[in-house]
Structure formats: C-alpha cells, structure tokens
Design a protein around this ligand. Structure first.
Ligand code: CA
Length: 228
C-alpha cells in the first residue's frame, strides 16, 4: 500500500472503473466521481494527494474545476483528454494542470506520469491554505471560519458563499456567478436567494464585529476586501 489518496473525476464509467481498479492494485486509495460538480465538491471538502481530471464532464468541465482547485490547493492535477481536444490541452495546462494524458492511453504510462508528478511536486498531502480577509480567516481543511479567535458558526450554504467570496477577494461577483457556484447551474427558484444569504452572513459577521467585510456594488454584485 502506498496509501496515497487519488480523486478521479471521469464520466466514462467503464474507463473510470478500469483506472480505479488499476490504481487500487498499485496501492492507491481512489475516490471516483462521474460528474464535474460532484468532483469539485469532493476536491473542496477533502484532501487528496493527486487529482485525475477528465476534460469534458457533465456539471462542470475539467478546466473550470482545475481553475477553482488552484485557488485553494496546489495538489498535482493530471488532465485526461480525448484525442480531438488538442486546444483544450493547452487550456488545461494554462488553468494549472501539471500534466495531461491523451485517451486512449496505456495504464503504465498514466502510472509513470503520476509518479513523475509526485516526484516533481515533492510534499504529498499538502495542506489546504488558510484564506483571509481582514481579521476573518477560513481554514479550508477544517471548514472553519474565525474572526480573530472567535469561531463563527455558519450553515453549509453560508459557508460556501463566504468561501467563494473570499477565494475571489477584491473581485466583484455577480448574483449569477454566485448562484452558479454555490447553488449550482440547475438551481431553480428565487434569484434573490443570494441577497438573502448575504444578509445572513452580514448579520452573523459584519454586524457582530461592527466592520464591513462584504461590500455591495448596486446592480452588479458583491465582493470582500481587506480594507474595511
Ligand atoms: Ca468525458
């Protein structure tokens, strides 16, 4: 057992199963997702030693997942691309992937590239960073939010909304971007759900500490920044 944890995001079920079995045989611990959004959630909620990421995925494509993961982690990522996606390979590497494999590939080659990426990367099990805005910190590993030394209790959606804002510090996010990220593209319902949750966060954080963490740009969206 090498015990390394691998997240495999691949919607071709047979291929995913084949890679999973081969990796398990090599002693890796494998988590498989067949959907991009689910893969993204797994990557946010857990620590992996490597992520194998298909490019074309339902829910959320591999490039977008890679970009988002890179904001919170430097985990090695190998993209799995189909033959006719040459331009996408470039985009994949631009988005922060360490390497890519063109399907179909020999499993031995994937295993060799994985070992190379581990060597190149050095420290396995790299900790997720602690993000901050002013004196508010988010420990992504523990999913814990603090203002100074106070732990702030948030619901799942409140946490996800705050995390998305802090990951994109100084960038104004539209309601649509927030809805897509936090509630998912398939969300159907009141679009003012974002405003409602922003209000919840302000009640729990801004108002309690008498500071302005979350800023509004009327008609555009929301952002957080370091200066109050
Ligand atoms: Ca695919």
């Amino acid at each position: 057992m090498n015990g390394k944890k691998i997240l495999l995001v691949e919607d071709e079920v047979k291929l995913a199963r084949f890679i999973e079995l081969e990796l398990q045989y090599e002693g890796y611990e494998v988590t498989v997702c067949h959907n991009g959004r689910e893969g993204m959630e797994k990557a946010q909620e857990n620590t992996y030693d490597m992520i194998l990421l298909d490019l074309m995925l339902p829910g959320l494509n591999g490039i977008e997942i890679c970009r988002r993961i890179r904001k919170i982690s430097d985990v090695p990522i190998i993209m799995l691309t189909a033959k006719d996606e040459v331009m996408d390979k470039v985009a994949g590497l631009d988005s922060g992937a360490d390497d890519y494999m063109t399907k179909p590939f020999a499993i031995e080659e994937l295993l060799a590239r994985m070992r190379a990426a581990f060597r190149h990367h050095g420290a396995p099990n790299a900790k997720k960073p602690i993000l901050s805005v002013q004196d508010l910190t988010i420990d992504v590993e523990k999913r814990q939010v603090k203002v100074g030394e106070d732990v702030i209790e948030l619901t799942k959606k409140e946490y996800e909304l705050l995390l998305f804002l802090v990951q994109n510090k100084d960038i104004v996010l539209s309601r649509e971007q927030i809805l897509n990220q936090v509630w998912g593209y398939s969300y159907i319902g009141e679009t003012n759900v974002v405003d409602v949750y922003i209000r919840y966060l302000r009640t729990k954080i801004d108002e309690v500490y008498g500071k302005k963490y979350i800023h509004t740009i009327r008609g555009v969206g929301y952002y957080v920044k370091d200066e109050a």
